[in-house]
Write a protein that binds this ligand. Sequence first.
Ligand SMILES: Cc1cc2nc3c(=O)[nH]c(=O)nc-3n(C[C@H](O)[C@H](O)[C@H](O)COP(=O)(O)OP(=O)(O)OC[C@H]3O[C@@H](n4cnc5c(N)ncnc54)[C@H](O)[C@@H]3O)c2cc1C
Length: 406
Amino acid sequence: MNNPSSSAALRVIESDICIVGDGAIAKTTALGLAQAGFSVTLLGPPPPPAPAAKGDPGWDARVYALNHTAHNLLSSLRVWDALDAARVAPVDAMIVHGDGAHAGGLAFDAYGAHTGTLAWILEDRNLGQALDAALKFAQNVKLVHGRATALLRDDASVTVHLDDGASIKSQLAVGADGAQSWVRGQCDIGLDYRSYAQRAVVSNFACEKPHHGAAYQWFTGAEGIVALLPLPGNQVSLVWSAPEALADTLRAESAAQIAARLAVYASEKLGALTPLQPELVRDFPLRLIRPHAMSAPRVALVGDAAHVVHPLAGHGMNLGFADVAQLIKTLSEREPQRGIGDDRVLARYERARKEDVLLMQLTTDGLARLFGADVEPLRVIRNFGLNLLDKLPVLKRRLISHAMGK
Ligand SMILES: Cc1cc2nc3c(=O)[nH]c(=O)nc-3n(C[C@H](O)[C@H](O)[C@H](O)COP(=O)(O)OP(=O)(O)OC[C@H]3O[C@@H](n4cnc5c(N)ncnc54)[C@H](O)[C@@H]3O)c2cc1C
């Protein structure tokens, strides 16, 4: 009689594509590639113990501003319709403030950008639940949980070995396993890494005055970058990219104390802020990660595995969705004689994404450095730049269109 470990040792799961990861980008890649006709195995880490059932979990502290590229992709996969629409907030305007005595500013709205909505704010949990619901009905997707131990490639296939002895054999492996990507490491893809010496402190608040669908951002100089994103109703979500020392202070404070600090920026427009869940404050390290390649033989990288950028423009996830859309297109449009793990096909994917990714890396990194320095000459230049951009409608519209993913 076989014991469980020897039967696992014999188990070889075969599919066209193996996707490693279980975040939003991995799940979307699985849905998209399955819908394009490929058989897919989605390998997530061992499942965490089921959390004890509680009542209403409240608003998720992790929220994303998703652009039109993300919206189009999720709509085509029928994920957008599965979202809890009551928990999604459209962004109708963006208001950016500079710092110092001569603070510049930049404002734009959906009307000026000739669109119905600039972006949508939604919670990580809402997105995850909609993706899970769509995956339940997906043909051609096998969900596997396990710990990957090795990734071996030859001319015809790539095999991911798991610690229980099972393995997943496919023509192509996709690394959608986040900033610390295991897949990327297995392929010896080098990278440039720089810490911004900042952490993003996040929490949610009720606001006294209506936000009218506006996303606010303050480049404050010494205190980093404060963003308040609209949630449904009179509620906002904070992303405060704070220098390390201030981030330590904020994490030691209560959400009510953080709300009091925000008054200096927000009270004029939003009135008093009150924590929605006083205990819910989280923080994330901010860094620039630039892998030297987005592909390797029989491997493609998507999402944070392929690039990590500063969240000041709210674009990391959007870049990831654009990777997914491009990977589906490149694989689907390849010549019939080429396999999906063909070097030339993967090189096409990488070339197609290069410019967009580089532009976003340079823009977010440039802005983080320009607005991170608490030095007077730079303060004058950046405020002048914001005011100038605000007065150049053609350039402004182009930048907005690009940010919207149009
Ligand atoms: C504060 C903050 C605010 C942000 N706001 C925005 C925003 O407004 N808009 C936007 O577009 N982006 C935003 N981003 C960026 C966005 O969060 C990321 O770009 C996005 O979450 C990346 O998704 P991902 O699925 O690639 O990676 P992750 O979300 O990190 O998921 C990777 C997954 O892979 C799994 N995994 C890891 N290793 C393995 C392994 N060996 N085997 C199997 N599975 C594995 C992990 O469990 C994880 O679930 C923000 C980021 C921060 C920090």
